[in-house]
Design a protein around this ligand. Structure first.
Ligand code: NAI
Length: 329
Protein backbone atom coordinates (compact mmCIF):
# COMPACT_ATOMS: atom_id res chain seq x y z
CA UNK A 1 0.00 0.00 0.00
CA UNK A 2 1.09 3.58 -0.73
CA UNK A 3 1.04 6.42 1.78
CA UNK A 4 -2.55 7.63 2.32
CA UNK A 5 -3.57 10.73 0.39
CA UNK A 6 -5.63 13.46 2.05
CA UNK A 7 -8.29 14.64 -0.37
CA UNK A 8 -10.45 17.69 0.29
CA UNK A 9 -13.79 18.10 -1.49
CA UNK A 10 -15.82 21.28 -1.13
CA UNK A 11 -19.54 21.42 -1.79
CA UNK A 12 -19.51 17.80 -0.66
CA UNK A 13 -23.25 17.65 0.04
CA UNK A 14 -24.11 18.88 -3.44
CA UNK A 15 -25.07 17.02 -6.59
CA UNK A 16 -21.57 16.58 -7.96
CA UNK A 17 -20.30 15.63 -4.52
CA UNK A 18 -22.83 12.81 -4.39
CA UNK A 19 -21.36 11.29 -7.56
CA UNK A 20 -17.76 12.14 -6.79
CA UNK A 21 -17.20 10.93 -3.25
CA UNK A 22 -18.08 7.29 -3.83
CA UNK A 23 -15.75 7.07 -6.79
CA UNK A 24 -12.91 8.62 -4.83
CA UNK A 25 -13.58 6.21 -1.96
CA UNK A 26 -13.48 3.24 -4.32
CA UNK A 27 -10.00 4.15 -5.52
CA UNK A 28 -10.79 5.64 -8.92
CA UNK A 29 -8.80 8.80 -8.27
CA UNK A 30 -5.40 7.47 -7.21
CA UNK A 31 -5.68 3.75 -7.95
CA UNK A 32 -6.18 0.61 -5.88
CA UNK A 33 -2.97 0.93 -3.84
CA UNK A 34 -3.60 4.36 -2.32
CA UNK A 35 -5.68 4.77 0.83
CA UNK A 36 -7.77 7.93 1.02
CA UNK A 37 -8.51 10.29 3.89
CA UNK A 38 -11.50 12.41 2.94
CA UNK A 39 -11.87 16.01 4.17
CA UNK A 40 -15.28 17.42 3.29
CA UNK A 41 -16.13 21.11 3.42
CA UNK A 42 -19.66 22.49 3.36
CA UNK A 43 -21.50 25.60 4.46
CA UNK A 44 -23.04 25.27 7.91
CA UNK A 45 -26.68 24.70 6.78
CA UNK A 46 -25.58 21.77 4.61
CA UNK A 47 -23.62 19.93 7.30
CA UNK A 48 -26.64 17.86 8.39
CA UNK A 49 -27.16 16.61 4.83
CA UNK A 50 -23.45 15.92 4.60
CA UNK A 51 -23.72 13.71 7.70
CA UNK A 52 -26.10 11.55 5.68
CA UNK A 53 -23.61 11.28 2.83
CA UNK A 54 -20.94 10.29 5.35
CA UNK A 55 -23.21 7.49 6.62
CA UNK A 56 -23.51 6.18 3.07
CA UNK A 57 -19.77 6.37 2.56
CA UNK A 58 -19.32 4.35 5.74
CA UNK A 59 -21.91 1.86 4.51
CA UNK A 60 -19.89 1.33 1.34
CA UNK A 61 -17.21 -0.32 3.51
CA UNK A 62 -14.57 0.85 1.04
CA UNK A 63 -11.29 -0.87 1.86
CA UNK A 64 -9.29 2.20 0.75
CA UNK A 65 -11.27 4.75 2.76
CA UNK A 66 -9.24 5.37 5.92
CA UNK A 67 -11.12 8.30 7.42
CA UNK A 68 -13.71 11.02 6.80
CA UNK A 69 -13.70 14.43 8.43
CA UNK A 70 -16.27 17.10 7.76
CA UNK A 71 -16.55 20.76 8.66
CA UNK A 72 -17.47 24.31 7.70
CA UNK A 73 -14.07 25.91 8.40
CA UNK A 74 -11.73 25.83 5.40
CA UNK A 75 -8.52 26.05 7.44
CA UNK A 76 -9.46 23.02 9.50
CA UNK A 77 -10.73 20.93 6.61
CA UNK A 78 -7.77 21.73 4.32
CA UNK A 79 -5.14 20.99 6.96
CA UNK A 80 -2.40 18.90 5.32
CA UNK A 81 -4.39 18.06 2.17
CA UNK A 82 -2.52 16.71 -0.85
CA UNK A 83 -5.43 17.30 -3.23
CA UNK A 84 -8.29 19.79 -3.15
CA UNK A 85 -11.34 19.45 -5.37
CA UNK A 86 -13.10 22.80 -5.15
CA UNK A 87 -16.60 21.93 -6.30
CA UNK A 88 -18.79 24.07 -4.05
CA UNK A 89 -19.70 27.44 -5.51
CA UNK A 90 -22.51 29.93 -5.48
CA UNK A 91 -24.90 29.32 -8.37
CA UNK A 92 -26.52 32.21 -10.19
CA UNK A 93 -29.75 32.98 -8.37
CA UNK A 94 -32.85 34.79 -9.68
CA UNK A 95 -32.10 38.41 -10.52
CA UNK A 96 -28.36 37.97 -9.99
CA UNK A 97 -26.17 39.93 -12.39
CA UNK A 98 -22.83 38.59 -13.61
CA UNK A 99 -21.06 41.00 -11.28
CA UNK A 100 -23.04 39.61 -8.29
CA UNK A 101 -22.03 36.09 -9.28
CA UNK A 102 -18.34 37.00 -9.53
CA UNK A 103 -18.58 38.80 -6.21
CA UNK A 104 -20.23 35.89 -4.39
CA UNK A 105 -17.72 33.42 -5.76
CA UNK A 106 -14.81 35.80 -5.25
CA UNK A 107 -15.66 35.78 -1.56
CA UNK A 108 -15.64 31.95 -1.48
CA UNK A 109 -12.50 31.34 -3.53
CA UNK A 110 -10.36 34.06 -1.96
CA UNK A 111 -11.04 32.57 1.49
CA UNK A 112 -10.34 29.05 0.24
CA UNK A 113 -7.14 30.17 -1.53
CA UNK A 114 -5.90 31.74 1.71
CA UNK A 115 -6.80 28.65 3.69
CA UNK A 116 -4.97 26.34 1.27
CA UNK A 117 -1.98 28.68 1.39
CA UNK A 118 -1.91 28.45 5.18
CA UNK A 119 -2.42 24.74 5.76
CA UNK A 120 -2.29 22.52 2.64
CA UNK A 121 0.54 20.02 2.13
CA UNK A 122 3.54 21.19 0.10
CA UNK A 123 2.59 18.92 -2.80
CA UNK A 124 -1.08 20.01 -2.99
CA UNK A 125 -2.82 19.79 -6.36
CA UNK A 126 -5.99 21.83 -6.80
CA UNK A 127 -8.79 21.50 -9.31
CA UNK A 128 -11.65 23.99 -9.41
CA UNK A 129 -14.93 22.61 -10.74
CA UNK A 130 -17.26 25.23 -9.25
CA UNK A 131 -18.24 27.92 -11.75
CA UNK A 132 -17.05 30.29 -13.08
CA UNK A 133 -14.26 27.71 -12.78
CA UNK A 134 -11.37 29.44 -14.57
CA UNK A 135 -11.81 32.72 -12.77
CA UNK A 136 -12.46 31.04 -9.43
CA UNK A 137 -9.09 29.27 -9.87
CA UNK A 138 -7.47 32.61 -10.71
CA UNK A 139 -8.91 34.13 -7.52
CA UNK A 140 -7.78 31.19 -5.38
CA UNK A 141 -4.23 31.20 -6.74
CA UNK A 142 -3.95 34.97 -6.35
CA UNK A 143 -4.71 34.52 -2.67
CA UNK A 144 -2.17 31.72 -2.19
CA UNK A 145 1.25 33.28 -2.80
CA UNK A 146 3.18 30.38 -1.22
CA UNK A 147 1.67 27.69 -3.46
CA UNK A 148 3.15 27.55 -6.97
CA UNK A 149 0.49 29.04 -9.28
CA UNK A 150 0.60 26.03 -11.61
CA UNK A 151 -0.89 23.82 -8.88
CA UNK A 152 -4.19 25.65 -9.37
CA UNK A 153 -6.17 24.30 -12.30
CA UNK A 154 -9.78 24.41 -13.46
CA UNK A 155 -11.98 21.81 -15.07
CA UNK A 156 -12.46 21.76 -18.84
CA UNK A 157 -12.19 17.99 -19.01
CA UNK A 158 -15.97 17.68 -19.14
CA UNK A 159 -15.96 19.81 -22.30
CA UNK A 160 -13.09 17.67 -23.63
CA UNK A 161 -15.05 14.48 -22.97
CA UNK A 162 -18.20 15.96 -24.51
CA UNK A 163 -16.23 16.91 -27.63
CA UNK A 164 -14.84 13.39 -27.94
CA UNK A 165 -18.34 11.94 -27.62
CA UNK A 166 -19.76 14.25 -30.32
CA UNK A 167 -16.92 13.51 -32.73
CA UNK A 168 -17.19 9.77 -32.12
CA UNK A 169 -20.92 9.94 -32.90
CA UNK A 170 -20.37 11.98 -36.06
CA UNK A 171 -17.78 9.55 -37.44
CA UNK A 172 -19.42 6.44 -36.04
CA UNK A 173 -16.12 5.65 -34.35
CA UNK A 174 -15.55 4.22 -30.89
CA UNK A 175 -14.63 6.83 -28.27
CA UNK A 176 -11.41 4.94 -27.51
CA UNK A 177 -10.14 5.61 -31.03
CA UNK A 178 -10.20 9.39 -30.53
CA UNK A 179 -7.15 11.19 -29.19
CA UNK A 180 -5.62 14.67 -29.06
CA UNK A 181 -8.88 16.56 -28.59
CA UNK A 182 -8.36 20.11 -27.35
CA UNK A 183 -10.53 22.62 -25.51
CA UNK A 184 -9.14 26.15 -25.55
CA UNK A 185 -10.14 29.10 -23.37
CA UNK A 186 -12.90 29.44 -20.82
CA UNK A 187 -15.28 26.81 -19.44
CA UNK A 188 -18.23 28.77 -20.79
CA UNK A 189 -20.21 29.08 -23.98
CA UNK A 190 -17.19 30.87 -25.51
CA UNK A 191 -14.93 27.80 -25.20
CA UNK A 192 -13.38 26.46 -28.38
CA UNK A 193 -13.35 22.70 -28.94
CA UNK A 194 -10.66 22.10 -31.59
CA UNK A 195 -10.58 18.97 -33.75
CA UNK A 196 -7.84 20.17 -36.13
CA UNK A 197 -5.20 18.23 -34.18
CA UNK A 198 -7.49 15.43 -33.03
CA UNK A 199 -7.02 11.95 -34.36
CA UNK A 200 -9.28 9.01 -35.05
CA UNK A 201 -6.93 6.07 -34.89
CA UNK A 202 -3.97 7.50 -36.78
CA UNK A 203 -6.02 9.75 -39.07
CA UNK A 204 -6.66 13.47 -38.69
CA UNK A 205 -10.18 14.08 -37.40
CA UNK A 206 -10.78 17.38 -39.25
CA UNK A 207 -9.81 15.77 -42.57
CA UNK A 208 -12.12 12.83 -41.89
CA UNK A 209 -15.01 15.15 -41.03
CA UNK A 210 -14.21 17.51 -43.91
CA UNK A 211 -17.21 19.72 -43.14
CA UNK A 212 -16.57 23.21 -41.80
CA UNK A 213 -20.30 23.94 -41.68
CA UNK A 214 -20.87 21.00 -39.32
CA UNK A 215 -18.02 22.27 -37.15
CA UNK A 216 -19.45 25.78 -36.98
CA UNK A 217 -23.14 25.14 -36.72
CA UNK A 218 -23.32 21.79 -34.98
CA UNK A 219 -20.20 20.51 -33.24
CA UNK A 220 -18.95 23.69 -31.53
CA UNK A 221 -22.36 24.92 -30.29
CA UNK A 222 -23.42 21.41 -29.20
CA UNK A 223 -20.29 20.98 -27.06
CA UNK A 224 -20.38 24.54 -25.72
CA UNK A 225 -24.09 24.42 -24.82
CA UNK A 226 -24.27 20.84 -23.63
CA UNK A 227 -24.68 21.90 -20.01
CA UNK A 228 -27.82 23.90 -20.85
CA UNK A 229 -29.21 20.99 -22.92
CA UNK A 230 -28.78 18.67 -19.94
CA UNK A 231 -30.53 21.11 -17.61
CA UNK A 232 -33.41 21.35 -20.09
CA UNK A 233 -33.72 17.56 -20.36
CA UNK A 234 -32.97 16.46 -16.80
CA UNK A 235 -34.34 19.40 -14.86
CA UNK A 236 -31.03 19.78 -13.07
CA UNK A 237 -27.45 20.30 -14.11
CA UNK A 238 -24.94 17.69 -15.21
CA UNK A 239 -23.55 16.12 -12.08
CA UNK A 240 -22.40 12.54 -12.75
CA UNK A 241 -20.51 13.55 -15.90
CA UNK A 242 -18.98 16.54 -14.11
CA UNK A 243 -17.87 14.28 -11.26
CA UNK A 244 -16.46 11.79 -13.74
CA UNK A 245 -14.50 14.51 -15.55
CA UNK A 246 -13.19 15.86 -12.22
CA UNK A 247 -11.84 12.37 -11.47
CA UNK A 248 -10.33 12.11 -14.97
CA UNK A 249 -8.60 15.50 -14.56
CA UNK A 250 -6.91 14.78 -11.25
CA UNK A 251 -6.27 11.11 -11.99
CA UNK A 252 -4.37 11.94 -15.15
CA UNK A 253 -2.52 14.86 -13.57
CA UNK A 254 -1.34 12.62 -10.73
CA UNK A 255 -0.78 9.37 -12.62
CA UNK A 256 -0.12 10.52 -16.21
CA UNK A 257 -2.14 11.02 -19.38
CA UNK A 258 -2.32 8.24 -21.97
CA UNK A 259 0.66 7.68 -24.28
CA UNK A 260 0.40 9.49 -27.62
CA UNK A 261 -2.51 11.55 -26.33
CA UNK A 262 -3.15 14.71 -24.34
CA UNK A 263 -5.91 16.11 -22.14
CA UNK A 264 -7.51 19.54 -21.79
CA UNK A 265 -6.89 21.39 -18.55
CA UNK A 266 -7.43 25.02 -17.64
CA UNK A 267 -4.08 26.11 -16.20
CA UNK A 268 -2.31 29.43 -15.54
CA UNK A 269 -1.00 30.55 -18.92
CA UNK A 270 2.75 30.87 -19.41
CA UNK A 271 2.08 32.93 -22.55
CA UNK A 272 1.78 29.88 -24.82
CA UNK A 273 -0.29 30.41 -27.98
CA UNK A 274 -0.55 34.14 -27.26
CA UNK A 275 -2.74 33.64 -24.16
CA UNK A 276 -1.73 36.40 -21.72
CA UNK A 277 0.38 35.11 -18.89
CA UNK A 278 -1.53 34.43 -15.69
CA UNK A 279 -5.00 33.87 -17.15
CA UNK A 280 -6.33 30.44 -16.24
CA UNK A 281 -7.16 29.17 -19.70
CA UNK A 282 -7.70 25.73 -21.18
CA UNK A 283 -4.82 24.18 -23.12
CA UNK A 284 -3.81 20.77 -24.40
CA UNK A 285 -1.63 19.28 -21.65
CA UNK A 286 0.50 16.18 -21.27
CA UNK A 287 0.77 14.82 -17.74
CA UNK A 288 3.78 12.83 -16.51
CA UNK A 289 5.10 12.01 -13.06
CA UNK A 290 2.63 14.25 -11.27
CA UNK A 291 3.31 17.33 -13.43
CA UNK A 292 1.65 18.71 -16.55
CA UNK A 293 3.09 20.56 -19.51
CA UNK A 294 1.26 22.60 -22.12
CA UNK A 295 1.71 20.92 -25.51
CA UNK A 296 3.87 23.24 -27.61
CA UNK A 297 4.18 23.90 -31.30
CA UNK A 298 0.67 23.18 -32.57
CA UNK A 299 -0.17 25.08 -35.70
CA UNK A 300 -3.24 27.25 -35.16
CA UNK A 301 -5.23 28.09 -38.29
CA UNK A 302 -7.30 31.27 -38.72
CA UNK A 303 -10.56 29.47 -37.92
CA UNK A 304 -9.14 28.36 -34.57
CA UNK A 305 -7.21 31.55 -33.81
CA UNK A 306 -10.25 33.83 -33.84
CA UNK A 307 -12.20 31.50 -31.59
CA UNK A 308 -9.36 31.06 -29.09
CA UNK A 309 -8.94 34.83 -28.98
CA UNK A 310 -12.65 35.40 -28.33
CA UNK A 311 -12.70 33.00 -25.38
CA UNK A 312 -9.45 34.40 -23.97
CA UNK A 313 -10.89 37.93 -24.27
CA UNK A 314 -13.79 36.79 -22.09
CA UNK A 315 -11.32 35.49 -19.50
CA UNK A 316 -9.45 38.79 -19.54
CA UNK A 317 -12.74 40.58 -18.97
CA UNK A 318 -13.55 38.34 -16.00
CA UNK A 319 -10.06 39.01 -14.66
CA UNK A 320 -10.64 42.76 -14.92
CA UNK A 321 -13.98 42.42 -13.14
CA UNK A 322 -12.63 40.43 -10.18
CA UNK A 323 -9.58 42.68 -9.95
CA UNK A 324 -11.90 45.69 -9.70
CA UNK A 325 -13.77 43.87 -6.93
CA UNK A 326 -10.46 43.47 -5.06
CA UNK A 327 -10.20 39.68 -5.19
CA UNK A 328 -6.82 39.25 -6.84
CA UNK A 329 -4.71 39.27 -3.68
P1 NAI B 1 -25.01 21.96 -5.97
O1 NAI B 1 -25.70 23.27 -5.78
O2 NAI B 1 -25.79 20.71 -5.98
O3 NAI B 1 -23.89 21.81 -4.84
C1 NAI B 1 -23.01 22.82 -4.49
C2 NAI B 1 -22.69 22.62 -3.03
O4 NAI B 1 -21.68 23.57 -2.69
C3 NAI B 1 -23.88 22.87 -2.10
O5 NAI B 1 -24.06 21.74 -1.27
C4 NAI B 1 -23.46 24.11 -1.31
O6 NAI B 1 -23.93 24.08 0.02
C5 NAI B 1 -21.94 24.01 -1.38
N1 NAI B 1 -21.25 25.26 -1.13
C6 NAI B 1 -21.60 26.52 -1.50
N2 NAI B 1 -20.72 27.40 -1.03
C7 NAI B 1 -19.77 26.70 -0.39
C8 NAI B 1 -18.59 27.06 0.33
N3 NAI B 1 -18.25 28.34 0.48
N4 NAI B 1 -17.86 26.09 0.88
C9 NAI B 1 -18.22 24.80 0.75
N5 NAI B 1 -19.33 24.39 0.11
C10 NAI B 1 -20.08 25.34 -0.45
O7 NAI B 1 -24.15 22.14 -7.30
P2 NAI B 1 -23.42 21.02 -8.16
O8 NAI B 1 -24.35 20.52 -9.21
O9 NAI B 1 -22.78 20.03 -7.26
O10 NAI B 1 -22.33 21.90 -8.91
C11 NAI B 1 -21.26 22.49 -8.20
C12 NAI B 1 -20.54 23.50 -9.07
O11 NAI B 1 -19.95 22.87 -10.19
C13 NAI B 1 -21.46 24.58 -9.66
O12 NAI B 1 -20.77 25.83 -9.57
C14 NAI B 1 -21.60 24.18 -11.10
O13 NAI B 1 -21.88 25.29 -11.93
C15 NAI B 1 -20.23 23.63 -11.35
N6 NAI B 1 -20.12 22.76 -12.54
C16 NAI B 1 -18.93 22.83 -13.24
C17 NAI B 1 -18.73 22.06 -14.34
C18 NAI B 1 -17.43 22.14 -15.10
O14 NAI B 1 -17.29 21.46 -16.11
N7 NAI B 1 -16.44 22.94 -14.70
C19 NAI B 1 -19.77 21.13 -14.81
C20 NAI B 1 -20.94 21.08 -13.98
C21 NAI B 1 -21.09 21.88 -12.88
Amino acid sequence: MNTPVKVAVTGAAGQIGYSLLFRIASGQLFGPQTPIQLRLLEITPALAALEGVVMELQDGAYPLLDSIEIGDQAERVFDGVNAALLVGARPRGPGMERRDLLEANGAIFSVQGKALNAVAADDVKIVVTGNPANTNALIALSNAPDIPAERFTALTRLDHNRAIAQLAAKLDAPVREISRMTIWGNHSASQYPDIFHARVGLENAAELVDDLTWLETDFIPTVANRGAAIIAARGSSSAASAASATIDHLHDWALGSAADDWVSMAVPSDGSYGVPQGLVSSFPCICRAGEYEIVQGLEINDFSRSRIEASVAELAEEQRAVRALGFLG
